[in-house]
Design a protein around this ligand. Sequence first.
Ligand SMILES: Cc1ncc(COP(=O)(O)O)c(C=O)c1O
Length: 424
Amino acid sequence: MRFETAALHGGHKIDKETLSFGVPVHRTASYLFKSTEHAANLFSLKEPGNIYTRIGNPTQAVLEERLAMLEGGAASLALASGTAAIFYSIINLCEAGDEVVAANNLYGGTYSQFNSILPQLGIKVRLVDPKNPANFEAAINDKTKALFCETIGNPGLTMTDIEAVAKIGQKHHLPLIVDSTFTPPCLLRPLDYGANIVIHSLTKWIGGHGTVLGGIVTDGGNFDWTDPKFTLFNEPDTSYHGLRYAHDLGDMNSIAFALRMRLVPLRNLGACISPDNCWAFLQGIETLSLRMERHSKNGIAVAEFLQNHNKVGWVNYPGLTNNENHATASHYLKNGFGGMVAFGIKGEPDAGKRFIESLKLFAHLANVGDAKSLAIHPASTTHSQLSSEQLAEAGISASMIRLSIGIEHIDDILEDLEQALADN
Ligand SMILES: Cc1ncc(COP(=O)(O)O)c(C=O)c1O
């Protein structure tokens, strides 16, 4: 199936009893066992099936299979939020004493998780400037277990050269984990460029309507976990029947990463997604490619409008031909550059605050990827926990206004920006 078709049909097998054409929402916590033998077989992975919704649910399974198809991956695991998806991806392969090399231009929540929470667990994250992929290699040592980056950083909008970072990963036999939230799979599939694990906050464009929270991790099935340095995949897991995830899963060994994440972090820490949210994300995915076309079309129109406006000091949109990122972004983004635009108004920093308060159509809130247009001032909100040096490293200035361009009529979007700029 091609992308648009898989987005509508992927992963859904019609239930033979009810013949329900829509994906059913399985609103249940548990599933009956047919016998004690059946129960034991499910727990020991001898038979596939449902046990308890913290570990999986048939509505969730459709979402996971559909996303894996769209991403070109081998298996996906849906979770309660993008934040949980990032945390579980790291702790699924790192123990105390291990290190991760990550880009320094990350979403503020990820930055805090890496900078404050992971060190509490003894996991050190070395943050590097992703503009030069060689910086990743320079920070690798014998404790490194993974490389991590966002495709387009939030909110600096720097595009990472994924292929170059993946090659460094291959050279050192380290998996590349990519947060592709700003580039849904109709714009970019990081696995096609050598990444191994792809993460999305489903909350953004994939859900697409700002109504539900969720995250997903897709395992490319393209990494050899039998390398003994990945102890969590090679030593027997005493908490799970002595299983060695890289060796004992038969034809599922290639998806050891996704399977271990379900059986260990998800099962025991519990950031599960609700069946209702899975259903809402499936609705969002049906129109994903159509919405992304409009987000991208409106995104470039807004970037060009701002660039030509006499009150605007600077504009950052990877689709602008004079953008410092344009060459890298054009290499990866063949179907549009998405809906994120950052810019600054000339003059004092308070001009940005006045602009945001004058907006009428744009909603002032902390989210991106809604069908409706949104605006925020990152330095005083989503990234306010960063020091001034960390803000500068992540490419966030005091004047930066971040716009998430929606799919409204472009004239209404431009009129709102024009009237808010006129107030300055
Ligand atoms: C790039 C990126 N990754 C991850 C997240 C976290 O996702 P969630 O809000 O679903 O936990 C966000 C949230 O804004 C984000 O922008």
